[in-house]
Design a protein around this ligand. Structure first.
Ligand SMILES: C[C@](O)(CO)[C@H](O)COP(=O)(O)OP(=O)(O)OC[C@H]1O[C@@H](n2ccc(N)nc2=O)[C@H](O)[C@@H]1O
Ligand SMILES: Nc1ncnc2c1ncn2[C@@H]1O[C@H](COP(=O)(O)OP(=O)(O)OP(=O)(O)O)[C@@H](O)[C@H]1O
Length: 280
């Protein structure tokens, strides 16, 4: 059975620059795809059933973003085919790494092929946006500067980099952070490119660190490391990361990790791993 990757993302910075009338926040962010991924496989069904064959602990099947993605695409395309989905989770859930969104994006990209729909990327991104603000960038398939709520994307060339990503053991609800009274929503918009890491910060970090002091402690630990080019929280947390220019420096930092802290080292990608499959 062919396996398809659904990579995680990091938000290298994240500015909240306003709020829409429906309550959604207007952002500016740079998404970087990383070489740390969930794995999915798909088996075509000639009836219209959509089944997840590998339960995700804590997530009812009908809420799973890959099942929701498959059902939404089936509905919108009026196709009479179904699919069996096998999902192997590696990306921590509710970690700000976009795992669920990436699973949804990979499902849309693969089913577009498997069901012979031939939708273009823009159309898939529109359907993806209905599932979550982080879905479109994974369909876009490149590192990107994003505006709006994450759907206005322009590609951005980022230098090679390695990341030490730490996983504080708390699950954070994105909605809860965005609805905080303490959140600042008026950062001045910036123009990109050019992009340099010290241009930005994560505006959600202050609120998250107040509510979850463990995230502040993890950030503090990363900030005392040598040779980092950037230390920040990703998305609405809880994961935090440090960027390094090479693998050796990232792995060296990983080895210094105190007992009780967990994380992983991953390389920054230039393209989504499915780019080649899509060009075939
Ligand atoms: C924080 C980021 O991860 C940055 O990449 C994303 O903006 C969040 O994207 P996501 O997890 O796909 O979030 P969604 O599932 O779309 O939204 C969850 C909830 O967060 C709030 N939300 C989300 C995104 C946004 N730009 N403004 C918001 O106010 C909304 O209350 C929404 O109901
Ligand atoms: N396939 C899936 N993988 C992970 N979470 C899923 C999935 N399907 C549904 N969910 C639900 O979505 C919630 C958020 O999951 P996800 O891992 O995408 O969060 P996140 O990394 O914080 O996302 P983001 O960076 O987009 O805010 C989970 O707590 C879970 O209840």
């Amino acid at each position: 059975m062919q396996t398809f990757l659904a990579p995680a993302k990091l938000n290298l910075f994240l500015h909240v620059v306003g709020r829409r009338e429906d309550g959604y926040h207007l952002l500016q962010t740079v998404f970087r795809l990383i070489d740390f991924a969930d794995q999915l496989s798909f088996v075509l069904r000639d009836d219209s059933a959509i089944k997840l064959r590998t339960p995700t602990p804590g997530v009812p099947e009908e809420n799973n973003l890959c099942v929701r993605a498959a059902k939404l695409l089936q509905q919108r395309s009026h196709i009479n085919l179904g699919v069996e989905i096998f999902l192997e989770k590696h990306i921590p859930m509710g970690g700000g790494l976009g795992g669920g969104s990436s699973d949804a994006a990979t499902t849309l990209l693969v089913l577009n092929r498997l069901w012979g729909l031939n939708w273009n990327r823009a159309r898939l991104m529109e359907v993806g946006l209905e599932l979550g603000a982080d879905v479109p960038v994974f369909i876009y398939g490149e590192n990107a500067f994003a505006e709006g709520i994450g759907e206005k994307l322009s590609s951005i060339a980022l230098p090679p980099a390695w990341y030490l990503v730490l996983i504080p053991s708390v699950h954070i609800s994105t909605g809860q952070i965005f609805s905080s009274k303490e959140l600042t929503r008026n950062t001045n918009p910036i123009t990109i490119p050019p992009f340099s890491p010290w241009q930005g910060r994560n505006d959600l970090e202050t609120v998250v660190c107040q509510m979850y002091p463990v995230v502040a402690r993890y950030l503090q630990w990363l900030k005392q490391l040598n040779n980092t080019t950037l230390v920040a929280m990703s998305g609405s947390g809880a994961c935090v990361f440090a960027e390094f220019a090479n693998e050796r420096a990232a792995k060296y930092a990983f080895q210094q990790l105190p007992d009780g802290m967990s994380g992983f080292v991953a390389e920054g990608l230039s393209y989504h791993p499915l780019q080649k499959f899509l060009e075939e």
